[in-house]
Design a protein around this ligand. Sequence first.
Ligand code: SF4
Length: 751
Amino acid sequence: MADIKELAAGGLRAVLSSLEYARETSGLKRSVRALSLLNQDQGFDCPSCAWPDPAPRERSVVEFCENGARAVAHEADRRTIGAGFFAERSLAELSALSDYELEQSGRLAEPVFREAGGEHYRPIGYEQAFELAGAALARLDSPDRAVFYTSGRASNEAAFLYQLLARSLGTNNLPDCSNLCHESSGKGLGSTIGIGKGTVTLADFRLADCIFVIGQNPGTNHPRMLSTLAEARARGATIVSINPLRELGLVSFAHPQTARGLLGVGEPISTEYVQVRINGDVALLKGVMKQLLRLETEHGNVLDRAFIAEHTSGFEAFRDALEGVSLKACAEQSGVPVETIARLAEIYRQSQRVIVCWAMGLTQHKNGVANVREIVNLLLLRGNLGRAGAGACPVRGHSNVQGDRTVGIYESPSEAFLARLDRATGLRSPRRHGVDAVGSVLAMERGEVDVFLALGGNFVAAMSDSRRTAQALRQVKLAVHVATKLNRTHLEAGQASLILPCLGRTERDLRGDRIQFVTVEDSMGVVHKSEGPLEPAAPSLLGEPGIVAGIAEAALGAEPVPWSELVKDYDAIRDLIERSIAGFERYNERVREPGGFELPNGPRERRFLTASGKAEFTVQALPELALEPGQLLLTTIRSHDQFNTTIYGFDDRYRGISGERRVVFVNPKDLAERGFEPNQRLDVTSHYQGTRRTVSAFRAVPYDIPRGCAACYFPEANPLVPLENHADESRTPASKSIVVTLSAASGEAAE
Ligand code: SF4
């Protein structure tokens, strides 16, 4: 089995690893300066995940985690790359560097351009770059030949201007990283409770007496959540973790801000840890709900009948359909014994205020939307929506992915959204829906895209079917990247390519004589400001809003949208957002209040903006999960040394891995059954509708994972996921349930 030396997540190692990474990248002085203001009310928002901050008066002086500290050090890197770096390295030489080496080259310090067929990037001024990008957009045969991709780090101000640019041009081609992660949550929640966001606040975690954590690994992906869970557990709440892998952060947490924690003494987290089979969640949740209906029949005091009658619709159809599913089938498909299912139902019955948290482990499946709807069904049964200490909590993995969607980064906007935007801006926005992430790659493949713009992110690494995505991106005439650091997409995308470096979240953004702040929205719908304290990595760097406005004005002129006026002072952008989008009343005033403000959230007051005006019970089929002999179901995961596609290092100490990333975690019995040895190099091949894709030479790691399941890190395993293998409705790549086989490494480099 993997040799996991750590007994608890966090601890002194977390502090040392943060300091070590800071020393290597930003330098301790710059990092300490930044960290002293990280997640502080007068400071800046963490550029990593979207776990919320406590109320200002409740924040500690060290209001960040190891991965927040590393994200800050990574962005505040004191090394910079400019014209000299690119003059010395051809495209071919840059492409030979690993993803890690590209990002470790340093901060992008000046704009560079590579003309079509060119072997080198050459320096270019921002104004000239805006003209070049603007002209390319203006001469498009159709606005739909442009794609505007957004990563979740973009601020509300930058994202709002970006969507305005796309819609002013005449397209809704606004794919974003939400398409790749919580789109299934948006669809599942939007259709059942009328809002595509979570319904709880951080304060609810202090009141809940039971918290489910499903398909989420907070120890690595939302580490401050561990303090919240440890506090809840310490005051007697029940923590139920449901995850195929036994994640250390859900077992024990040594809080590095306590003496005990620094000594490595961990506080228990999960009261109950259920290692469900990959994609066995619908079956497990159905099993639990069947038990609850049986208990209701026996005791009559399990369901919140008053809530169901007053606030929901569809209960009868839901109940009848559930009666048609056997508990045996639920146990078999989930891999969870009936006794455990019964215990979970009893825990849920005994609990008065229940929060259910989830992440990619639920959303990146063909039935990702169904997973989310089953969670809603469970919450509705006992009225765990719209009251203190209870509700739904999809935890976002990128700091402003929710905010970007709120301010209009969406390929399928509602008529209501567009109508209000048009009234506020004088635009006539396009009504034809655009392409999402999968759709944009398919359109590029068909040669239907001339200009690909990326506001942050590393699209080719984050996308599924990486080789096809790279091939498709190469077809685009011009790629325009707004970024802080060099990455693979910058080298793959576009016959010609423009890289426009921007200020990071940690850096001061001086416009005229005023330091500007931006705003972001966390997973719980709180909008707050972020003002970077650090000297910019290079004096000429522009903020994202200024870059977007520069391109827009070059492409479209200064009417009807006065782009350059708007970025003289970001208050003007916020005033326009206030006029354009519901919920931002008195934006500039309220965002300056300590902690910012909460956006409206109907379900919190039991107002459900659904077709029926009620919260909706729904009926989901049990997923088809049949595997052929020898096949396994593989999930992609993050190591502890990465944030999304950014690799900080090659260790994963919570899983006993050091110095490598090409590993495949397999149940020891499955390994033996196939005649493979631990540490043997294996090729992993995916099977999808008769197609096969292989990634090669992954080391076999025997691991505590259910039979028939396996796991690999992304982006290394993303080539295994066909573009067409995505969730129904949300079209989120099904990266968490990939049908694979293992074979002895052929020695052929498949990629
Ligand atoms: S929990 Fe998330 S938002 Fe908070 S400091 Fe860590 S990475 Fe940043």
